[in-house]
Design a protein around this ligand. Structure first.
Ligand code: URA
Length: 282
């Protein structure tokens, strides 16, 4: 990922007043050709905190430069609206295929603009175990399938250890269907926008067991804010259209690749998953 300070104020301060549309387009093209695929504001912003404080009717403190410029309220309103659009689109889907098509048609998340493919899932659609990771990486983006590359191989090894395979026994997807540039962590606003799709994905797949890989996946779906070290090792519950299904958070395969010592704990979690599945099938 390449980033550059191309915030509105910065960009326009350096533009002559008489620039025409084609000059502006040519400048934008120059940024794209230089490899810029991320816009960076002048200051780090906690957009959700600002949004909350604005909606509670507004503080007496002077507005920040971004608020004054009018950019912030527009952006905040639009994230909520975009998430509502996503929710409407997701709710109208009655099959995984329809949901896949709807996500491909959805233009509300800027990650899609720089992604090669929309990554919907992989694995067995007829199984009843759903595994949810974070977001596609380079390989997944290139091929349009979830969990390829070394994370995918690690995931396959983890489940093979308890006799499960993606071909036969489980289905895999991610919180985000598009790759964040440079494999950075998903932003809170990207998760907010895409959450209605993953929630509908769970409803349509209708699993009997949900396995969440890593803290981002667990916190996004369970509304928690704990680290994965505190979340793993326990059974949680997900409310699936009024029925409760068991949820097991695990360390993400990427974490296990970096911290092989965590494999011992993951092994204990996998054995509990195996026991849970066995109890229900026997
Ligand atoms: N690949 C995916 O599909 N998801 C992840 O969370 C990581 C790699």
């Amino acid at each position: 990922m390449a980033g550059m300070d191309i915030s509105i104020e910065n960009r326009f301060n350096h533009m002559p007043d008489n620039m025409e549309e084609r000059d502006i387009l040519s400048l934008l093209q120059w940024y794209v050709d230089s490899g810029v695929n991320e816009t960076i504001d002048d200051l780090p912003q906690d957009w959700f905190e600002l949004s909350r404080s604005l909606s509670k009717n507004p503080p007496e403190k002077p507005p920040s430069p971004t608020e004054k410029s009018g950019v912030l309220p527009k952006k905040m309103v639009s994230i909520e609206h975009i998430a509502q659009d996503a929710a409407r689109m997701a709710a109208s889907c009655n099959s995984l295929r329809e949901l896949n098509d709807a996500i491909k048609d959805f233009d509300g998340c800027s990650l899609k603009k720089i992604a090669t493919n929309t990554v919907f899932s992989d694995g067995n659609t007829d199984s009843d175990i759903m595994v949810i990771g974070e977001a596609p990486g380079v390989e997944e983006d290139r091929h349009g399938k979830a969990f390829l590359g070394e994370n995918g191989q690690m995931l396959d090894r983890m489940f093979k250890a308890i006799g499960l395979s993606r071909e036969d026994d489980f289905y895999i997807t991610n919180i985000l269907p598009w790759r964040p540039p440079g494999n950075r962590k998903p932003l809170a606003e990207e998760i907010t926008i895409c959450l209605p799709f993953i929630r509908r994905h769970i409803e349509l797949f209708n699993p009997r067991l949900l396995i969440l890989l890593g803290g981002i996946s667990t916190n996004s779906l369970m509304g928690s804010d704990l680290g994965i070290t505190r979340l793993r090792g326990k059974w949680l519950e997900y409310d699936l259209c009024g029925k409760t299904i068991p949820v097991r958070p695990l360390f993400h395969p990427a974490y296990l690749l970096k911290q092989p010592k965590a494999k011992a704990d993951t092994w204990k979690d996998l054995l509990e998953i195996k026991a849970e599945i066995g109890e229900k099938t026997e």
